[in-house]
Design a protein around this ligand. Structure first.
Ligand code: ADP
Ligand code: MG
Length: 235
């Protein structure tokens, strides 16, 4: 589902002419099968978020190739990436990334607006999705009026609303208490089992890292280990 081949990334910082090159990722090879949950674990600064930003097309690799759902996306334009992203990915972030001036309903509905879906269909789907994550009573609340766990559920509803085949998560439990963390991890497993959604989850938390089928370890921008966590491969 996701194939990263020999991917390298360096940032250029400083003024033009006096730029300094900061190599961050070195020859990353990673394959995530359809229906697999893969976690990427590593210390802060090891390059995890950069890897996720490359996979989601927010930055372009310095070298290497990226194939997602059979399509070579390494050289897509910004516009092509925007469409591709809406079709293939749902995102879950540590900081939820909700729009504070929009209600829970409007936040969840937004990807459908971007897709140009007709208003009646959009509303029906959004209502159903809010119900699914148990937030229908909070549809009219703004993010600032919701708890951390509720905000995370809004962000998950927003990620799921387009039925994406892949969910990318960057430190999804980083702002949650233990109880909400456990319920999010349970929900991720359920979505994977029941809908076959593929997950790539970045974390520095060893417990979160152990929920998937496979865990890869990143150290100073290099993948140094890959551990299968299910005996006999995928169910
Ligand atoms: N936009 C950027 N410009 C320059 N350096 C960056 C940028 N983003 C990240 N870095 C550097 O790349 C390295 C990896 O960062 P990041 O991918 O955020 O790590 P992690 O998510 O594992 O904590 C760090 O040294 C960070 O300072
Ligand atoms: Mg990070």
């Amino acid at each position: 589902m996701i194939t990263v081949s020999d991917l390298c990334h360096e940032f250029r910082i400083g003024k033009k002419g006096k730029e300094r090159v900061v190599p961050v990722l070195h020859h990353i090879n990673l394959h995530v099968e359809r229906g697999e949950i893969v976690t990427v674990v590593g210390r802060s600064g090891s390059g995890k978020s950069t890897l996720l930003n490359l996979v989601s097309g927010y930055i372009r690799p310095t070298a290497g190739q990226l194939v997602i759902d059979g399509r070579n996306v390494t050289k897509l334009s910004e516009g092509e990436w925007a469409d591709f992203r809406l079709e293939k990915f749902g995102f879950i972030f540590q900081s939820f990334q909700l729009i504070p001036s929009m209600t829970a309903f409007e936040n969840v509905e937004l990807p459908l607006v971007l897709k140009g879906m007709e208003v009646g269909e959009r509303r029906r789907r959004t209502e159903a999705m809010l119900k699914r994550v148990g937030l229908d009573p909070y549809a009219g609340h703004y993010p600032g009026e919701l708890s951390g766990g509720q905000q995370q559920r809004v962000s998950i509803a927003r990620a799921l609303i387009v039925n994406p085949p892949i969910i990318l998560a960057d430190e999804p439990t980083g702002s949650l208490d233990t109880e909400n963390e456990q319920s999010l991890l349970d929900f991720i497993r359920e979505l994977n089992r029941e809908q076959g959604i593929t997950f790539l989850i970045i974390t520095h938390d060893e417990q979160v890292a152990s929920i998937g089928h496979r865990k890869v370890v990143i150290q100073d921008g290099r993948l140094v280990d890959s551990l299968s966590l299910v005996k006999g491969g995928l169910r």
